[in-house]
Each structure stands twice: as C-alpha cells, then as structure tokens.
Ligand binder design. Structure first.
Ligand code: ZN
Length: 73
C-alpha cells in the first residue's frame, strides 16, 4: 500500500478558545470541561499548551479541594 500520509503535524495548537500556542499535553474533553476550561466543544481529546495545562491543573485541584471540603461534615 502506498503511504498516503500527508505531513504529520509535529505540533498541535492549544484547543482553548483564543489561544494558539503550541500544545504540550492533551487531556480528555470531559476533564477540560469539568475543570472549566474554555475549549472548543465536542472534542474527545483536548490539546493544551503549557500555560493552559498549568491552569487546568490548578482548576482541577481547586475543584478537588472544594469537593473534599464538601465531604468534611
Ligand atoms: Zn493555550
């Protein structure tokens, strides 16, 4: 079979709206939504740049803290 691959993009762009930085990581679309990141809708896989990955980690951590606080009763 002939190789039909076109040049594979070496770098994906960040999927956060308004951001066009190089993506460094990818997370699931659900995780991004839960964290409250403004990503394009309907993506199974969301690519994040360094900055937004940091933000995602911050957001998801905060979320966990809130949840655990809610359980401490
Ligand atoms: Zn970004």
């Amino acid at each position: 079979m002939a190789e039909a691959h076109h040049a594979i993009k070496k770098t994906d762009a960040c999927d956060v709206q308004g951001c066009s930085s190089e993506a460094e990581r990818s997370i699931s679309g659900d995780a991004a939504e839960e964290a409250g990141l403004k990503v394009k809708e309907g993506l199974k896989r969301v690519h994040l740049c360094k900055e937004h990955y940091k933000e995602y980690k911050k957001l998801s951590k905060k979320d966990r803290e809130l949840n655990s606080l809610g359980h401490q009763r």
